[in-house]
Each structure stands twice: as C-alpha cells, then as structure tokens.
Design a protein around this ligand. Sequence first.
Ligand code: SAM
Length: 276
Amino acid sequence: MDNVIGILKQKNFVTKKKFGQNFITDTNLLNAIVADADISENDTVVEIGPGAGTLTRAIAAKAKRVVAFEIDESLSPVLKETLTGLDNVQVVFRDILKVKPCEIKEIVGESFKVVANLPYYITSPVLFYFLENDFPLVSLSVMVQKEVALRMIADSDTPDYGVLSLAVQSRADAVITRHVSRKMFYPEPNVDSAVVKLTLNEGVPYRKTFDKLVKAAFACRRKTLVNNLMQSMGLSRADSETLLTQAGLDIRIRGEALSKEHFLILSKILEEIKIK
Ligand code: SAM
C-alpha cells in the first residue's frame, strides 16, 4: 500500500479534515493493528471509515469477511482501485452513527469484531454506539487519540478517570496494545494515537441504574457524590447519605474515588431498596 498517496493524487482526492481523514499507509503498522485485534479466517469484521482502504486490505487478508462503513462517497474511486481483487469486502457508504443497530445486524448477519482507525471527531459516540447497543460483538480494536485511550483504561482516583472509563470497563476488558506516533499518518495530525483493544465481557448487572449513577457521579467532578446524587438523580440528602453508608462509603467521598465495584454495590442497593 506504499503507493496509496500516489493513488489519492491520481484520483484528485484531497483529504477532508471535517471527516477526520488521517490515513495510515505503513504496511508493517497496518499488519500489526490487525494482529493486535487477533483476526483470523473465521472472523467477520466491521470497519468504520476505510478511507483509502489500506487497513481494509490488511484486515481482508486475515478475515473471512469485512463490512466497512464510510461516510465520504467521494472515496469510491480510490477504494475501487485499492480494494481491487478482494471478494470478501463490502463497502457501505453511510454515516455509521445514522445506521440503526437493527440495520447493522441485518447487514452483518453474524457476530463480529470491530477494527478501526476511528475519525477522532466522533470517537466517543462511536464507542458508545457499539458498547450500548445489543450487538453480537466480540471485540473492538480501535485507534484513538492517545488522551482518549488513557481515559478508556484509567483507574479510579486518577485525572483521566470518568464516564468513558466506566462505560468501557463495565462492559469490556480494555488494554492499550500499541502507541502510534502522529508521524505515521497522512496528513499528519497534531496528536499522537494509541490502539485500544476492548474484549467484551458479560457486563454488569443493574445496567440502567449503574449508568445513571456513573453519569450523576461525574456530573460535577468537584462536588461530593452526595451532592451530585441530589442534583442529578433527585435523591434527598438523607437517602443519598444512607445509600453511601450502606455501601460502606464515607459520605464526603467524590465520584472519582469510586471503583467499578463500588458503583456496582451502589446500583444493587439502589435497585433493592428502590430509592430512585
Ligand atoms: N481506515 C483508514 C486508515 O486507517 O487509513 C482511514 C481512517 S481515517 C482516521 C477515518 C475515516 O472515517 C475516514 O475515511 C472518514 O471519511 C471516515 N468517517 C468519518 N466520519 C464517519 C462516519 N460518521 N461514518 C463512517 N465513516 C466516517
């Protein structure tokens, strides 16, 4: 794929910032991303944003099938050329966030893995889209901005810890498999990146209450959990304090100090005593 920049120029394709078009052309890196995602001949892969098709080709060489969703139809002539000869790739020109979950299920038709060099402007919505809908999803290996990767894997009581960390970690085991310098992209963005692999697990029980609690706990980082529960969940001070005491927590604690397990205990108590 070393000649991909030549193909882009020959097709008069100019990359669009508004779609987060920073392409990878380095074959070793592309193969490494696919290896990190643990793709084999039994796997169906959903790619978001094939761009010039470089990662798509690397995935297609290992997978049974690739379904790639691309918002920018003007990439069609480029993709026609770069994906020539591959009979296991289907490109769907749609905005991934406008594809209904049931349509994904229809188009893909079986359990799948996601592999993507995500457009940075929609990283979180795409992650939430795949994590919150009930897909037959095995894993997501995604290249994201380094700062987002650090938030995804952050532990409690660290500055990076928040709603995204808990959304990810309450559904999947998350590891950074690779750090990638900005120099590896064309055109070069002004941030470094990392690949994060999320292996989906059974998730947490009391999901709705868990998510509500997490949102409330981080609604205002500087406030105590009690104050956030009062303001964002409409609990009384007495109920909020009882909740924390029953969970064995100090009533002055802040949301950022709570682990996933703490949020689980709080969700269980809330569900069982029905303070909502
Ligand atoms: N996969 C290619 C690579 O690694 O070189 C391109 C990655 S580039 C960072 C992101 C790609 O996502 C671009 O091709 C962009 O047009 C596409 N994209 C942006 N927003 C999208 C959306 N909402 N739905 C589908 N694709 C999108």
